[in-house]
Design a protein around this ligand. Structure first.
Ligand SMILES: Cc1ncc(COP(=O)(O)O)c(C=O)c1O
Length: 450
């Protein structure tokens, strides 16, 4: 909120101005980006359309769920249609013909993906889906020994991250009871203090093989201090990796400079490329400069092989440079096309830095209204108030009414948000397609329904 108040002051606006949302929208250089997206109509997503006011039935919803599934960029349909035409026109020759030859479809995206996560283009690659990629990277980086076998995650990690790490430990014949360390918030707190994370890493010291936390915690919206934590993990001799499902496309990242060992993310949340679309990986180039097949535990498949060897009869494997060498299968061209299209919207907006700046202001505005303009005291924000410790998601602990019931009522009032059992709703005013008036109207609807 501090940054929001600073912004207001710098723009000579006053906080109690009735027209504040209008003025903020006028100042918003990204306001036209909304037109790049398809919005569901209220009648189509209301839990009970009979409860929607007639004049609101066709209205686009206020969509606060970009943290779960981003809206569809209009550009995707166009690009997918071009891809279908190329496939129709060229068949297998489409691997070499057309504007976007299938053979290099993923390589084409490396540059724009690298801008999203702050890396060299060669350090990133779209591939597989997120949980699969955590396994793929663990196969390379988790090499437990009798003395160094622990994986550290956060206590409230996303279920898949828990299952992946547990199964990796079992796969190597260790026991999650003794090899999986889960960092808990202090009693009465929801988020983790960096000092506590560091303390746990240091306590387990040279028994830690891998530290793998989420960049932004899916439940609380907390943005961890990636650089600091990575450094401490590496000081005890561990590999440090990050699940960036809720961070990619949401906050500014500098994975290369922060010396992160590995990271992975999905592309259907803030990256808006469509449900289950191809995910991404980052492997720091310090790990891929030398490839020695006899001493490498990565999982191999033909698409990780150098193009010069890939189609040869001799079947010699020599990994492609950088992240490309972690591929196993040929990528879905439809998926890569959707991702390329959705990333082009980020470029059109001026990049992640600009989006993150708006995100700080609009999320601060939402926080201000939640703390100053709600009639009820039954809403508690559990996301950190410090804007450097969060992205665009605020998690709201709801009392007095069931969170699930509130979500249903809000959907009938034209607001889409999501619920995390038992009592939290998550709202994310994603900067690409949320206006300041959307935020203001959401607060009004929340007031009407609490
Ligand atoms: C933090 C986190 N990790 C892992 C996953 C699993 O993703 P996928 O189903 O694409 O493997 C999700 C999905 O929402 C997530 O939020």
């Amino acid at each position: 909120m501090d940054k929001f108040l600073e912004y207001i002051k710098n723009k000579n606006l006053t906080i109690d101005d009735e027209k504040l949302a209008d003025k903020l929208d006028e100042l918003d250089e990204l306001s036209s980006m909304k037109n790049e997206f398809h919005f569901p109509a209220t009648k189509d997503v209301a839990s009970d359309a009979s409860k929607v006011k007639v004049e609101d039935l066709e209205k686009p919803v206020i969509y606060l769920t970009g943290n779960s599934l981003g809206l569809q960029p209009k550009e995707i349909e166009k690009q997918l249609s071009n891809y279908l035409n190329d496939w129709k026109k060229y068949g297998v020759e489409g691997h070499h013909h057309g504007e976007h030859p299938f053979l290099h479809i993923d390589e084409e995206i490396q540059e724009s993906l690298s801008k999203i996560v702050g890396s060299l283009p060669s350090e990133v690659c779209p591939m597989n889906s997120l949980s699969t990629n955590i396994h793929v990277l663990m196969a390379n980086f988790y090499k437990p020994t009798q003395t160094r076998h622990k994986i550290i995650i956060e206590y409230g990690a996303f279920p898949s991250d828990l299952y992946v790490t547990e199964s990796q430990i079992r796969h190597h014949k260790f026991n999650p009871e003794t090899s999986l360390i889960k960092i808990k918030p202090r009693d009465g707190e929801y988020t983790l203090r960096t000092d506590d994370i560091i303390k746990v890493i240091r306590e387990h010291g040279d028994s830690v093989s891998v530290v793998m936390l989420s960049g932004i915690q899916y439940f609380t919206g907390q943005f961890f201090e990636i650089e600091k934590i990575t450094k401490v993990g590496q000081e005890v001799g561990a590999i440090v990796g990050w699940d960036l499902a809720h961070a990619a496309g949401n906050v500014q990242l500098s994975l290369h400079d922060w010396n992160v060992d590995f990271a992975c993310w999905c592309s259907y949340k803030y990256l808006n490329s469509g449900p289950g679309c191809i995910a991404g990986v980052f492997v720091h180039n310090k790990h891929t400069q030398i490839f020695d097949l006899t001493n490498d535990s990565r999982l191999l498949g033909w698409f990780g092989n150098k193009l010069s060897n890939r189609f040869q009869k001799e079947k010699e494997f020599y990994a492609e440079d950088g992240a490309l060498g972690f591929r196993m299968s040929n990528p879905s061209v439809a998926d890569c096309t959707a991702l390329r299209a959705s990333l082009s919207v980020f470029e059109k907006a001026g990049g992640i830095k600009k989006l993150a700046e708006k995100s700080t202001v609009i999320t601060g505005y939402l926080e201000y209204l939640l703390t100053h303009k709600l009639k009820t005291t039954d809403v508690q924000i559990i996301t950190p108030s410090d804007s450097t410790q969060r992205g665009s998601q605020l998690s709201l602990l709801i009392k007095g009414i069931k969170a699930g019931e509130l979500k249903v009522n809000l959907s009938n009032a034209g607001v889409i948000c999501d619920v995390r059992d038992p009592d939290v709703i998550r709202v994310a005013p994603t900067p690409l397609y949320t206006s300041f008036n959307d935020v203001k109207n959401f607060i009004q609807k929340l007031n009407d329904n609490m």
